[in-house]
Design a protein around this ligand. Structure first.
Ligand code: GLY
Length: 384
């Protein structure tokens, strides 16, 4: 079983990645010396599919378990839901010896992590990510958060999980669109740290229309583990996003978040706006950081192979996107802290991106793919 370890001093932990690992959550909890009762926090989509299995695994390991199900969707990342779940946990008899177990996607992980970080001033929690994005990104690194009306993730904390169990089999029940969008985060990892991964990602993309084949199911744990490894090394270097290294994980996210905030919730999925944001970031990287066209084309080709959107839908107003970007927490003192690529695998944090540059990038991604973004594609597919 691939295990990725994060060395973070007294809050170091392991991420266990294997097909079927869901049934070992109880075993890993005992091994991590978790005692007391477990509060299983999950959502209406995941509970019927995997909740009972995780509960049984915990009960088989002699844990008492209470179940707290929230509505699936971003709306549940709210203080209202926090307070409702906390009341339920108090009524179920949880105290500071309890721990939280969170099977679900990014919303459940962020919400349950936030509850764990504040319940009785902080209790342990276990992440069980069931979406691609959650497995390769949000479940690792200890960022927890809920939203408030003026913005996403504005209340949160750093609270590392006690361990993470990523079972790639859970990805097979995801709708194809959700599978594809999650892979945008893998393209991001490849772009900032491991260009070699772009080739296998394109191979996986080719298998997606018919669903994952048996061989891809067998390969999936190592692809997921490779991505977790990339994230883990970045988090080890810059756990609290103070030195700038962890900010590299925001590649493609600044304009992506602006687009996400400009459309009704659910119209575009997170990975889809990240794909648009990556195209814009590549344009700016070519203009301001000297990114070679060949490198740009290789990333664009991978996003295209995954059938992720690369052109801003006409119903999205670039002006609205820009307004949202200007209120982003990364926008300080009239300057945005923007991740650009000098070349594949070499990100830089730049404060040289002006509002006019952002406007230009948004105008650019409103157009179909252009020649300079694709001209070297045929040369970039085989090597690297
Ligand atoms: N998803 C970005 C981070 O964890 O820092």
């Amino acid at each position: 079983m691939p295990t990725v370890s994060l060395a973070l001093g007294d809050h170091s932990y392991d991420v266990h990645v294997s097909n079927g690992a869901l049934d070992s959550v109880g075993f890993f909890s005992t091994r991590a010396r978790l005692e007391g009762k477990a509060a299983l926090i999950t959502d209406t989509n995941v509970y019927p599919q995997y909740g009972e299995r995780v509960k049984r695994s915990l009960e088989d390991a002699d844990y008492a378990v209470s179940v707290h199900v929230v509505d699936a969707g971003e709306k549940s990342k709210s203080l209202t839901t926090v307070s409702r779940v906390v009341e339920e946990m108090v009524r179920a008899g949880h105290d500071r010896t309890s721990f939280v177990v969170a099977p679900g996607g990014g919303v459940v992980g962020d919400l349950a992590g936030f509850i764990a970080s504040t319940y009785y001033r902080g209790i342990p929690y276990v992440q069980i990510p069931t979406s691609v994005m959650a497995q390769v990104d949000s479940s690792v690194g200890g960022k927890t958060a809920v939203n408030v009306p003026s913005g996403k993730n504005l209340i949160g904390s750093f609270h590392q999980p006690r361990f993470v169990v990523a079972d790639p089999i859970t990805l097979l029940s995801l709708p194809e669109r959700v599978l594809r969008e999650g892979m945008a985060e893998m393209v991001k990892h490849a772009a900032i740290r491991r260009p070699k991964m772009l080739v296998p990602l394109r191979q996986l993309a080719d298998e997606l229309p018919i669903g994952f084949s048996l061989s891809s199911i067998e390969r999936l744990p190592s692809v997921i583990a490779e991505n977790i490894e990339i994230k883990a090394r970045i988090v080890e270097e810059d756990e609290r996003e103070t030195s700038g290294t962890r900010a590299f994980l925001n590649f493609g996210h600044t304009l992506g978040h602006g687009v996400e905030a400009s459309v009704p919730y659910g119209d575009l999925l997170h990975g889809e706006v990240v794909s648009l944001g990556i195209r814009a970031a590549l344009f700016l990287s070519r203009k301001l950081a000297g990114l070679p066209a060949r490198d740009e084309a290789e990333i664009i080709q991978t996003l295209a192979a995954l059938q992720l959107p690369l052109q801003l839908p006409s119903k999205v107003n670039p002006k609205t996107v820009l307004e949202h970007v200007m209120t982003d927490k990364k926008f300080r003192g009239g300057r945005i802290h923007f991740v650009l690529l000098k070349r594949l695998g070499e990100p830089v944090l730049s404060d040289a991106v002006t509002t006019d540059d952002l406007k230009e990038a948004l105008a650019f991604i409103s157009t179909p793919l252009q020649e300079q973004e694709t001209h070297s594609l045929s040369h970039s597919t085989t090597k690297r």
